[in-house]
Design a protein around this ligand. Structure first.
Ligand SMILES: Cc1cc2nc3c(=O)[nH]c(=O)nc-3n(C[C@H](O)[C@H](O)[C@H](O)COP(=O)(O)OP(=O)(O)OC[C@H]3O[C@@H](n4cnc5c(N)ncnc54)[C@H](O)[C@@H]3O)c2cc1C
Length: 484
């Protein structure tokens, strides 16, 4: 299959999706090529979900600038795209005098970066506001602009918005090679060739591989895994803010925080690994995380753990984001080395990439029928009885609760399947509608979701996968075939 487009974006994580959403305002053809079978299946689905305030990165770096600019964009953005987001603020806690010096340094750095309202709190204030923290904490750096967001819902929302505005998404389309031909690039995937005037490389841990297809090798991406615990909502009052310990050269350290959905998340550690997609959790890694988190709060309830997971950071050899074009290959743009705070920075660096694209094409014409927002979803459990009655009258599927832990209705699941870039797998439903995101982790609702996916997609139940195409759940009938 041959396709010709103005812009091809490689990778449908938060970077590619944010850029696709931003570029979808113009009268040009844009496609996104993603090797996986869903949006946000790389680092963008498994991270801390923090919109950092912006005091961590060194002044003058891209990370510092885009973090602070991105943070300021989040409230309006999440309102427009209907994404769970809350500005709960963060504490970096100190246990000794050296830590207090680190807090002073972070505050100064944050102020240089333009972070507003940073404040060092006394032990007394910290313990009044957070009574379950370690009594040995002697102070904290408070950043009121820090926030929590649902990272995969943000990526999905960006992409849904982009598709609503005409962007074409090709899933299961791994880019195998890129050939520069005159004023265009020929992008090769197993089943198609895309000819694009402009290529934007947002391939996460593989961004160096994509870069090397077009230009001499200039940087390397190291994979650094971080493991997490997720606690049930019943543990939700253990902390009210994002609780960090002092950072080290390995990153921001283990945090304890409420999520955008009011669970508690604990993690990550930082382990360099060779296999770039090794997302398994390990006994050693999780033990390290739990032990470190207990230092922040000795009261963490182990019996509220509902799942564990890990994500892989794309650590660039350069230390900073690599977001740039090149004189020798006009139209080729790297968005590489997008480690933390990549999630926080994505809305801002999407604007920067927009400028690079404008520079390459000259001025681009705005679409006349551009859609600003995203079609609102129904969050049934948040509605009043009156509102619920009205919705069920119109569509009885909203009257059937499928996920009992999170109170998610069949109507919400069906909607998540039939939206642009809709769910095709059980985990796809979980990431869009939260079905299976609660205490039982799909133990009760899983079989019902298989039925609904098979019915709505008109496929056999055996074809429904948990996540990747290899993760089939039903292999064959058992009892039906048994000879008596
Ligand atoms: C443990 C951890 C904690 C983090 N915590 C935070 C945080 O709290 N706050 C924050 O701001 N940031 C955080 N980050 C960083 C943030 O998650 C990333 O910066 C962000 O998700 C990167 O998005 P991305 O789109 O660049 O990469 P990804 O989400 O990895 O997306 C890259 C995509 O490219 C696709 N791809 C790769 N190769 C190809 C190919 N050849 N062809 C087609 N597609 C391809 C992949 O399948 C993938 O979908 C954290 C990261 C980790 C791992």
């Amino acid at each position: 299959m041959g396709v010709k487009v103005d812009i091809a974006i490689i990778g449908a994580g938060v970077s590619g999706a944010a850029i696709a959403s931003t570029l979808s305002q113009y009268d040009i053809s844009v496609c996104v090529l993603e090797k996986s079978n869903d949006i946000s299946n790389g680092a963008s689905k498994a991270n801390s979900g923090i919109v950092h305030a912006g005091y961590d990165a060194k002044p003058g770096t891209m990370m510092a600038a885009f973090n602070v600019q991105g943070n300021a964009m989040f409230s309006a953005l999440c309102e427009r795209l209907d994404v769970p987001f809350t500005r709960i603020g963060s504490y970096v806690v100190a246990f000794n005098r050296d830590d207090m010096k680190t807090l002073e340094m972070l505050k100064k750095r944050g102020e240089e970066n333009g972070v507003p309202d940073l404040e060092i709190l006394s032990a007394k204030v910290v313990h009044i506001n957070e009574p379950h923290l370690n009594p040995n904490i002697i102070g904290a750096l408070f950043a009121p602009t820090a926030a929590v967001v649902s990272p995969y819902e943000l990526s999905i929302a960006f992409m849904e918005h982009a598709i609503d505005n005409g962007v074409q998404l090709y899933l299961q389309s791994p880019v195998q090679n890129i050939i520069k031909e005159n004023n265009a690039y020929k992008i090769i995937t197993p089943d198609k060739e895309i000819q694009a005037a402009c290529v934007i490389n947002c391939a996460g841990v593989y961004a160096d591989t994509i870069h090397d297809m077009v230009l001499p090798s200039a940087f390397h991406i190291n994979a650094r895994r971080g493991e997490y615990f997720l606690l049930d909502k019943y543990a939700g009052d253990i902390v009210q803010h994002i609780i960090f310990q002092c950072p080290s050269d390995r990153g921001k350290g283990v945090l304890v925080t409420p999520t955008a959905h009011k669970n508690i998340i604990i993690g990550p550690n930082a382990e360099d690994i060779l296999e770039r997609e090794a997302v398994e959790t390990t006994v050693e890694g999780l033990s390290e995380v739990w032990k470190s988190a207990l230092k922040s709060s000795p009261e963490l309830p182990e019996n509220q753990i509902i799942t564990t997971f890990s994500g892989i950071r794309a650590e660039p050899s350069s230390g900073d984001f690599i977001i740039r074009d090149y004189i020798e290959t006009p139209g080729f743009i790297d968005v590489a080395g997008i480690k933390s705070p990549g999630l926080s920075s994505a809305p801002a660096f999407a604007l920067y990439v927009n400028d690079l694209v404008q520079k390459y094409f000259g001025s681009l014409k705005q679409k006349e029928n551009y859609i600003q927002g995203r079609r609102k979803r129904i969050h049934f459990h948040e509605l009043s009885h009156e509102e619920r009655r009205e919705i069920v009258k119109k569509d009885p599927l909203y009257g059937r609760i499928i996920c009992r832990c999170e109170n998610i209705t069949e109507g919400e699941i069906v909607d998540s399947i039939h939206r642009f870039a809709g769910a095709r797998t059980i985990d796809g439903v979980k990431r869009r509608a939260r079905c299976g995101g609660g205490r039982c982790q799909g133990g009760f609702c899983g079989p019902r979701i298989i039925d609904i996916l098979a019915r709505e997609l008109n496929i056999p139940k055996e074809a429904v996968c948990k996540d990747s195409p290899e993760s089939r759940i039903i292999v064959a009938e058992t009892k039906g075939n048994c000879a008596l």
